[in-house]
Design a protein around this ligand. Structure first.
Ligand SMILES: [Zn+2]
Length: 60
């Protein structure tokens, strides 16, 4: 069982911004079973510790 999938299932379930249907979590994000709207989830479990964010700040 994938940890991300497990966290999605036990966590909050977002609703589709298009039609309000409860979206289904998958390893890539959330997908609406009704209209096919898809949201990609960004990893927000460790804010401030992402090396990508630091790298982005250094560049600017
Ligand atoms: Zn939808």
């Amino acid at each position: 069982m994938d940890e991300k999938t497990d966290a999605l299932i036990s966590g909050e379930q977002p609703r589709c911004p298009e039609c309000g249907v409860l979206m289904r979590g998958n390893p890539a994000g959330y997908a609406c079973p009704a209209c096919g709207h898809h949201d990609v989830i960004t990893d927000v479990e460790n804010p401030g510790e992402g090396s990508g964010l630091l790298d982005f700040r250094r560049r600017r």
